[in-house]
Design a protein around this ligand. Structure first.
Ligand SMILES: [Zn+2]
Length: 303
């Protein structure tokens, strides 16, 4: 299922060259101004803040509470792009409008980051149970620990390019963030490896990369695009799956129809636990706090 996926990492929209951008951004750091960073949704903002610290000013296009999977940009979003130094999007179809917005903006000096560049990608086939004919890649790279690390590294490289004077600052912040991610990975790899049970049931199929990191399996009430309430027959199949696999916890998200998760939980006598998809900001918690909570809850649900 894993395929190498290659897209252009840094598209410097200046018709000239990357070096033209580099020159421009040196001027910015000399004047002590913060790098203006625009991102599509919350996880990208978290990585940008972790790497950029107080040298960046981050704003997010998709408002909290809106689903990333059916967002349409407005004219005011275009205006924001025209003033940004760096624009970060997830790619893989999570924010498919981003490339059009970039093309339509007249910001010739913008440094664009496809955060998923170079990462190992999970591909879905046309007849995949949870795909409903979309085909293509699973976009939820940020919800895997290794995916998050790869995305933060791409962001670090872009900041170092945009503001080369502070390159070592970004490098240091990235190293610290990566070490924390590695710590979380090592802690939970050992825990999950010690378990017999490896499956969990969630709201929408957002945890494919997390499953790949730890050798787990997700079943979900909705597909990877958070589309399509399950039919009576699908729900009946999920009920059967939960009973067969002794599922005691159904995870629910705010965005992906928690009512269906509740119905399923009641049907099989399971409890409902919240899980973070980090598509919106959630109770002001950082990326690491939310991943730690997600992993703890998933682990406990398998005991
Ligand atoms: Zn999603």
């Amino acid at each position: 299922m894993l395929k190498k996926f290659a897209l252009v990492l840094l598209v410097c929209l200046a018709i000239t060259s990357l070096f033209a951008c580099r020159g421009d951004y040196n001027t910015i750091s000399n004047s002590g101004e913060k790098l203006k960073v625009l991102v599509t949704f919350n996880a990208m903002a978290e990585f940008a803040k972790a790497v950029g610290g107080d040298k960046v000013e981050v704003s997010t296009i998709i408002p909290d509470g809106a689903s990333i999977h059916d967002f349409e940009p407005k004219a005011q979003d275009m205006a924001k792009i025209s003033k940004a130094d760096v624009f970060i999007y997830n790619g893989l179809g999570a924010d498919p409008w981003a490339e059009n917005v970039i093309k339509a903006s007249s910001n010739d000096n913008l440094i664009v980051v496809d955060a998923s560049f170079g990462a190992s990608i999970i591909e879905h086939t046309e007849d995949d149970e949870h795909d409903h004919g979309h085909g293509g890649s699973d976009p939820h790279l940020w919800l895997g620990i290794k995916g998050a690390r790869a995305q933060a590294e791409n962001i670090k490289n872009a900041f170092a390019l945009a503001d080369s004077e502070n390159a070592s600052f970004y490098e240091q912040n990235f190293s610290e963030f990566a070490a924390q991610l590695d710590g979380l990975y090592n802690e939970f790899k050992e825990k999950f490896d010690s378990l017999e049970k490896k499956n969990f049931v969630t709201g929408h199929a957002a945890f494919g990369y997390l499953c790949h990191d730890f050798g787990l399996e997700q079943k979900s009430v909705m597909d990877i695009y958070a589309e399509g309430e399950p039919s009576a027959r699908q729900l009946a199949r999920l009920v059967e799956y939960c009973r067969d696999n002794n599922v005691t916890t159904i995870f629910a998200e705010e965005m992906a129809s928690p009512q269906v998760s509740k119905t399923l939980a009641e049907e099989v006598g399971a409890r409902v636990e919240t899980i973070y998809t980090i598509e919106s900001s959630e109770n002001g918690k950082t990326y690491l706090e939310r991943m730690q909570e997600n992993l703890s809850k998933i682990y406990e649900s398998m005991l």
